[in-house]
Write a protein that binds this ligand. Sequence first.
Ligand code: CA
Length: 218
Amino acid sequence: MRLLVVEDESRLAAALQRGLQAEGFAVDVAATGPAGLDAARHGGYDAMILDVMLPGLSGYEVVRRLRAEEHWLPVLMLSAKDGEYDQADGLDCGADDYLTKPFSYVVLLARLRALLRRGAPERPTVLAVGDLTLDPARRRVTRADAEVDLTAREFALLDYLMRRPGEVVSKTELLDHVWDAGMDTAPNVVEVYVGYLRRKIGRERLETVRGAGYRLAT
Ligand code: CA
């Protein structure tokens, strides 16, 4: 099994390389986002351990680009602390698992083995509702075949709604699934983002069901 470790803290990178080699893995190390992306594109790795905070390109962006180019190697992300990990970014970028630093090496090894057993993640299905399509892998949305440009949060909101077409989805449910639990959100944040989304996908596509929530028209 060949692993790619992308980590700019050289002592941690060297410790991971030594430890994983001792477990019988072949291990290559890259120290920047662009170097990691390049190696992952060409290297034929069985899995990648990827830091979030990297020079050049963040770990999120590295996974996003790999998935957009249809590279499906399993990715275990390392984030420095809870605060820097944004749920919308993390869930949407296409990583398979996360560990928060500082982590125990034993836990890292167990998670890595679990990922390797699962093998390459499956390409997520393109969602389609009416004339809207959303491709989670390419992070691309179209409306009547024209590309719609969404922010990460708008994308996460539409992704959630498109998995429940025709159903009434409450504000609380949207807050729980699209925003971080610890995030300091304004009370009307859902209304605000529904407004942004309506401007981009068409007002009539997203109905308000008074007192209950929102419904994506089918
Ligand atoms: Ca780092």
